[in-house]
Design a protein around this ligand. Structure first.
Ligand SMILES: [Zn+2]
Length: 416
């Protein structure tokens, strides 16, 4: 009996010792990276420890091999409909934990370390099922916290052609708080933002209730008047979704939703900077009005992004073409059917057309969305924040991602 006790105690001590040594090793797992700091373009050394930024130190110079490599916080994309062959609107059996991981890994290669999978107007059944699947899948540890929540774009938007954009008229409906609560609960209370049209019946009450719950309300796919837009802002709307897109081609030159959204200082804007959705002069004007503090670069990428150019069938069986220059269009009408450009391209494009600094471009693609969605642990390079970092070069307004670090782990490294 005594010998058994002794053996048991010895086993326990051994196990405790092993656990301690694992903890010791983990707590001392650290990495140091050097590069040009994105804010001032001066050499910096960053120490990463336990998934967080432990030190940020100015240094005299960089090794010759790394003199043109920048370090910035990982990019944060608030509108991702799908990526790399994965659609978040996939049907039964197709949307899964594996699909979410596949899309996330491919986004890491583009420097996106946080994103909001986005569901657009669809049937009640599909939205409920897909939010349930995504809510559960987003807990998977191999995602390293890259999916903190979701974006619901629709179904409470304008049913009018032009304003509804590519959303199917069959699924557009008036706001229904009980229905929305079903989605919210199914998602694990992780719907961080909803895009709605403020002019439709019941929208103001819906905006107020979202605001009370801390859900960021975005105005989009709408034809709100100045009075309605201003009321929506008072009710809690914070941002305009992909300003300049999802609007009728025949708007009135005076009375249209652009002016009130541009002129209301309380509204931020998101813009698609892929070089196709907006003209350079639109981006320049929007940027001049809102500035780098109230602008967010979004991608609005779809499942065809990151695939080989060619013709694909969409979920409804229609032909979709991914062109060699990075457009996604319906080949028959040559109308845009979503975006194929990730935020890394958006940064280069906005720098090119507005002349903004790299620091401002990164602010619009990382810091601003982090602040808007209260993701206080990311979007900035500071001691104590998550070590979500990208290393990259900028040449001719093209960002080349060399290395992506998420929660302190190197998840992507460009092979030589
Ligand atoms: Zn949209």
């Amino acid at each position: 009996m005594k010998t058994t006790h002794f053996l048991l105690i010895r086993k326990c001590i051994l196990a405790a010792f092993m656990a301690l040594s694992v903890m010791y090793n983990l707590s001392f797992a650290q990495e140091k990276i050097v590069g040009l700091f994105y804010l001032d373009e001066k050499p910096v050394s960053i120490v990463i420890k336990d998934g967080k930024i432990a030190e940020v130190n100015k240094i005299a110079q960089l090794p010759a091999s790394g003199r043109n490599i920048y370090i910035a916080p990982g990019l944060i994309d608030n509108q991702v409909n799908g990526f790399n062959g994965v659609s978040f609107a996939f049907g039964e059996g197709e949307l899964s934990e594996e699909a979410l991981i596949k899309a996330t890994r491919a986004l890491w290669e583009r420097g996106v370390t946080t994103y909001l999978p986005t569901l657009t107007s669809n049937s009640h059944q599909l939205l409920l099922r897909n939010f349930t699947i995504l809510g559960e899948a987003s807990k998977n540890e191999s995602l390293l916290g890259s999916v903190p929540g979701f974006h619901l774009e629709g179904p409470y938007i304008s049913p009018v052609d032009g304003f509804r954009g590519a959303h199917s008229a069959n699924y557009i409906r008036k706001p229904d708080w009980n229905e929305f609560m079903e989605y919210y609960i199914a998602s694990g209370e992780k719907i961080l933002t909803v895009t709605v049209a403020p002019e439709i019946e019941g929208a103001m009450e819906f905006i107020k209730r979202c605001n009370e719950l801390g859900i960021v309300v975005a105005l989009g796919h709408h034809n709100g008047s100045t009075e309605v837009i201003n009321r929506a802002v008072v009710a809690g709307a914070r941002i305009s979704t992909h300003l300049g897109n999802a609007m009728s081609n025949t708007i009135n030159r005076h009375v249209n939703p652009l002016w009130p959204q541009l002129s209301n200082d309380e509204l931020m804007i998101s813009i698609i900077c892929d070089g196709f959705h907006l003209l350079p002069e639109q981006i320049r004007t929007f940027y001049k009005v809102k500035g780098p503090g109230k602008t967010i670069i979004t991608s609005d990428v779809t499942m065809y992004a990151n695939l080989t150019p060619g013709i694909y069938k969409n979920i409804d069986g229609e032909d979709i073409e991914l062109t060699t220059d990075g457009k996604i269009q319906y080949p028959a009408q040559k109308v845009l059917a979503g975006s194929a450009s990730t935020l890394d391209k958006g940064i280069g494009h906005i720098m090119k057309v507005t002349g903004c600094s790299l620091a401002d471009a990164i602010r619009m693609a990382s810091t601003n969305p982090a602040r808007l969605y209260n993701l206080d642990d990311r979007g900035i390079v500071e001691v104590g924040k998550r070590a979500d970092l990208i290393l990259f070069t900028v040449e001719n307004f093209r960002i080349k991602i060399l290395k992506t670090i998420v929660n302190g782990q190197v998840v992507y490294q460009l092979s030589e």
